[in-house]
Design a binder for this molecule. Structure first.
Ligand code: SD4
Length: 324
């Protein structure tokens, strides 16, 4: 008669160990290796398509997510037809184009600029703040001086189109941003590269005809953008005051950490806004999230927000589900 020890040895030798009692349970409790869909890049609104294209070129050439998001959002920053990002952005009520942007990488490093004038690519200045200074955020005159020292050139960013929209606005001087229209072009971009690293970028000229000095969510880490490589990344578009009051993008990432899918996390963040902020129905907010496994999702307050996705199967626009 063989003893227990000899029996186990025999079973192992015959390759039958999976038939032992408890073996099945042990196998299924082992974490499955997660399949990661990479590289991938997602970004807000229709101008996300050409922006993603620039990012995709970098991602498919073994570039980093950080380079991809920077180069991606530079496309709408330079496009005069995009009226709430960079060059061609609608000005504040004094007629000044003031820009906000931030960037964040997989190491939790980040850089940001706010109320920056006369520099076409605030996202690249934000990256320089991240890489060349001991700080996270520079604003206004200080940010502009820093940019000039880094070799950026001073340019007039107020296009004839934006100037005439402002002159038109001055006739009534009523600040009532039109949902999905006056406010709808901030680009937030999230990318996951071949190494499995996430980065994000967000850049805007902010709410059209805002008060001079107003800063929105887009340059604020946690409000307009947040990245945690262990979990995922989120960015936002819409009326920044609502994202600031709820630290919206940080909330989305923390909800993903607790197990929500990207869309569920975005939806719960919108629910939080709806529950806490009485006036939410007058505004648009759209969250967009990407997990570190390449799952993406979005949710917004009002119908009308869409986002661009680019991966190995090509580029497409997706309409976000909405609360109202
Ligand atoms: C802001 N969130 O400055 C920006 C504006 C925006 O789509 O996202 N527009 O409040």
């Amino acid at each position: 008669m063989i003893n227990k020890r000899q029996f186990l040895k025999l079973v192992a030798g015959l390759g039958m160990s999976s038939m032992l009692p408890g073996a099945q349970a042990k196998q299924s409790s082992q974490a499955e290796p997660r399949s990661v869909k990479k590289p991938i890049v997602v970004s807000t609104w229709e101008h996300g398509i050409p922006a993603n294209k620039a990012a995709w070129k970098i991602l498919t050439n073994k570039g980093t997510a950080l380079d991809a998001v920077e180069q991606g959002v530079r496309v709408p920053e330079a496009d005069p037809e995009v009226t709430t990002v960079g060059y061609g952005g609608f000005p504040d009520r004094e007629g000044k184009v003031t820009l906000d942007a931030c960037i964040m990488d997989h190491n939790q490093d980040c850089g940001s600029v706010a109320f920056l004038q006369n520099i076409k690519h605030p996202i690249s200045v934000a990256r320089q703040v991240m890489e060349q200074t001991p700080h996270v955020m520079l604003v206004g005159e200080g940010a502009e001086q820093f940019a000039l020292k880094q070799g950026f050139i001073q340019e007039n960013l107020l296009t004839p189109k934006a100037k005439s929209a402002w002159q038109q606005w001055l006739k009534k001087s009523k600040y009532a941003p039109v949902i999905n229209v006056e406010n709808h072009d901030t680009i937030g971009m999230l990318a996951l590269d071949d190494q499995g690293n996430l980065s994000g970028a967000c850049t805007t000229s902010g709410a059209a005809f805002k008060m001079s000095g107003r800063v929105g969510d887009s340059p604020l880490i946690g409000a307009g953008l947040y990245v945690d490589n262990e979990v995922g990344a989120a960015t936002a578009t819409g009326m920044g005051e609502l994202m600031i009051k709820t630290v919206g993008c940080h909330l989305v990432v923390e909800l993903m950490r607790q197990g929500r899918s990207p869309e569920q996390a975005c939806k719960e963040a919108v629910e939080r806004i709806a529950k806490k902020l009485g006036d939410y129905k007058q505004f648009q907010v759209g969250f967009l999230a990407l997990s570190n496994t390449g799952e993406y999702g979005s949710y917004c307050i009002q119908p009308g927000f869409n986002y661009a996705v680019t991966d190995a199967s090509g580029s497409r626009m997706i309409d976000a589900n909405s609360w109202l």
